[in-house]
Write a protein that binds this ligand. Structure first.
Ligand SMILES: C[S@@+](CC[C@H](N)C(=O)[O-])C[C@H]1O[C@@H](n2cnc3c(N)ncnc32)[C@H](O)[C@@H]1O
Length: 224
């Protein structure tokens, strides 16, 4: 499903997304936005794993605002493996000089403030599996864009996919079926395959590395 006119963000929202630090290209952002608009109509919160500096959060928050729901965005704000010093995706500006470690929380807060979307987002600072363990509420959408190792991507899937309500959407970023395209590994692809094989999810759209799946079945209806 492509982002239709009605599902496209307003120019100022798209402008804020483009101006924010982050890695998601515009065409994938538009697909995420379309999914978020659709899922938010269920009247349930939307949840993101992997806030970074808030680039994708802007789109989720605008979709949530339109439907009167909230976005929960989870991140420990210390960066993923490939964002650490010495790696391709490192941004020295994200390092807290006092602590000597990455801290993307201040940039995230400025991003949301500038976009005027603070009131629609609940930021959770913590490790995704730890937060998932105590989470109880059904979700309209889960967007997985956290750590890209098998350990992290699997934990995100296991922790959050069961909370997607029937009819809700599971969105996975950086799904690269061809190892030639990989830059941080194929863990998101393996999680995507697992979701399809579980029998709980059916694919609804593919936009480059962004995959949207709908929850159509109950837990235990496939291979898990
Ligand atoms: C690829 S970035 C997210 C990009 C963001 N969605 C965007 O579009 O700009 C991945 C983020 O996941 C966070 N992260 C990685 N593993 C995590 C974990 N186990 N728990 C919480 N956050 C994690 C990192 O700190 C990093 O900010």
């Amino acid at each position: 499903m492509a982002a239709t006119q009605a599902q496209a963000p307003a120019p100022e929202v798209l402008g804020a997304f483009e101006a924010a630090k982050g890695f998601m290209p515009v065409h994938e952002g538009l697909a995420l936005y379309a999914a978020a608009r659709e899922a938010a109509a269920l009247g349930l919160p939307l949840l993101e794993v992997g806030t970074y500096c808030g680039r994708s959060t802007i789109l989720l928050a605008d979709a949530a605002r339109a439907a009167g729901v909230s976005v929960i965005t989870v991140d420990h704000h210390r960066g993923s493996e490939e964002q650490q010093p010495g790696w391709d995706y490192h941004d020295p500006q994200t390092v807290d000089p006092e602590v000597g470690r990455m801290d993307t929380l201040p940039t995230f807060r400025r991003t949301l403030h500038k976009a005027g979307l603070e009131d629609h987002v609940i930021a959770v600072v913590g490790r995704s599996p730890q937060v998932a363990r105590i989470w109880r509420a059904p979700l309209g959408l889960v967007f997985i864009d956290g750590g890209h190792t098998d350990e992290h991507a699997s934990a995100d899937y296991e922790g959050w996919a069961p909370h997607v309500a029937e009819g809700g959407l599971l969105v996975i970023h950086d799904v690269f079926p061809d190892p030639v395209d990989e830059w941080t590994g194929q863990a998101p692809y393996r999680v995507y395959l697992r979701a399809l094989e579980s029998g709980m999810f059916t694919e609804t759209s593919v936009t480059d590395s962004l995959r949207v799946l709908r929850r159509t079945g109950a837990a235990g209806s496939g291979r898990g």
